[in-house]
Design a protein around this ligand. Structure first.
Ligand code: FMN
Length: 330
């Protein structure tokens, strides 16, 4: 029986499978089911900036960025007082009492970082083992150039790092003109983990009612390639830990992410589609694979297929691309 323990931002986890922030991590019952199913940590459903920052609430409906909040969209439409800050902190505290696995609190915001300095210390003192900040900005405002958006991210990360003394992860999207550069900046600021990548809201259109509607929020099993690319490119380049997210629907994809250098994975859609019981199946299959390959511990193979720090990443990426194009149809 292999040892699946892994270290993520200083948290000692019994295996690499974390339950991602989402509907299944929004109440105590469901959190306990995730622990029983074998999850090594849980990220509590986010509290949104729009719920706690009065300025954001009043401007929200006038702002196009509102539509860009994938994970918030349906949720915000029905947002009630139940979700305000005290309830959130109570849920984190209750989860800490009820579970023996680490509990990660999650804040989801965008734009300027001023609100985070006001609220972050309260989150840090509610007993959470770590905080995951989902900074959500997709560049839909034509008045902001890329530099300004990156400055927003960096300011957000800087303030959060200053205010939050416990392990801190940023959950980001891949919409940067230079993802490697900004990941390095986060690393330099002392962020402990990066969750790659956030899944943005999918807009859709109902052609009968002629209205905008929400597309399917769940990923499918082909959505993991972008994550695999960046985990593989960056894992040897950064001191911080990487958590792979989006489109991870099988034990083989989890193994790929670990081989690329991820310390952990976060799962949401597959748990919603197939039930939390898949965690146990995945753990069993990872165990069997490790036995078959002669690996005793995750560290025996973690990062084995990461792009080496010394090689020029541009050349590596280009070589893989040319190889793949060349092989099509052979
Ligand atoms: C219905 C739904 C609600 C979600 N709510 C949140 C949230 O509150 N905070 C957050 O950071 N991510 C949220 N997510 C995103 C997931 O945590 C995850 O990043 C995303 O679904 C990609 O992972 P997956 O491919 O395993 O689903 C939500 C996703 C879904 C489908």
């Amino acid at each position: 029986m292999a040892n699946l323990k892994t270290n993520y931002m200083g948290l000692k986890l019994k295996n690499p499978i974390i339950a991602a922030s989402g509907p299944l991590t929004s109440n105590l019952d469901s959190l306990k089911k995730l622990e029983d199913a074998g999850a090594s940590a849980v990220v509590i459903k986010s509290i949104f900036q729009e719920q706690i920052d009065k300025d954001a609430i009043s401007t929200m409906e006038m702002d196009d960025a509102f539509l860009a909040h994938a994970d918030a969209y349906g949720f915000l439409l029905g947002a009630s007082e139940d979700y305000f800050i005290d309830q959130y902190l109570t849920l984190v505290e209750d989860a800490k009492k009820a579970l023996s696995i680490p509990v990660i609190a999650s804040l989801n915001g965008s734009g300027s970082a001023d609100w985070i300095s006001e609220y972050a210390p309260r989150f840090a003192s509610c007993g959470a083992d770590a905080i995951e900040l989902n900074h959500y900005e997709i560049g839909s405002n034509y008045k902001l150039d890329g530099k300004q958006i990156e400055r927003n991210y960096i300011k957000f990360a800087k303030i959060a790092r200053k205010e939050i003394k416990i392990p801190l992860a940023l959950k980001i999207g891949s919409c940067f003109s230079a993802p490697a550069n900004i990941m390095h900046q986060f690393d330099f600021l002392g962020i402990n983990g990066l969750v790659l990548f956030n899944k943005f809201y999918n807009p859709d259109i109902d052609i009968e009612t002629l209205e905008m509607k929400s597309g399917n929020p769940l990923s499918d099993n082909n959505d993991f390639y972008d994550t695999l690319r960046w985990v593989s490119l960056m894992s040897e380049e950064l001191r911080l830990d990487l958590c792979a997210n989006t489109g991870i629907h099988s034990s083989s994809t989890i193994i790929k992410m670990l081989l690329a250098g991820a310390s952990t994975v976060e799962l949401c859609s597959v748990l919603m589609k197939n039930g939390v019981g898949v965690i146990e199946t995945f753990l069993k299959e990872i165990n069997e694979w490790m036995d078959r390959k002669g690996f005793n511990e995750i560290s025996d193979f973690k990062g084995k297929l990461a792009q080496e720090a010394m090689v020029d990443p541009t050349v590596w990426e280009r070589t893989q691309y040319v190889k793949s194009i060349h092989n099509i149809g052979k």
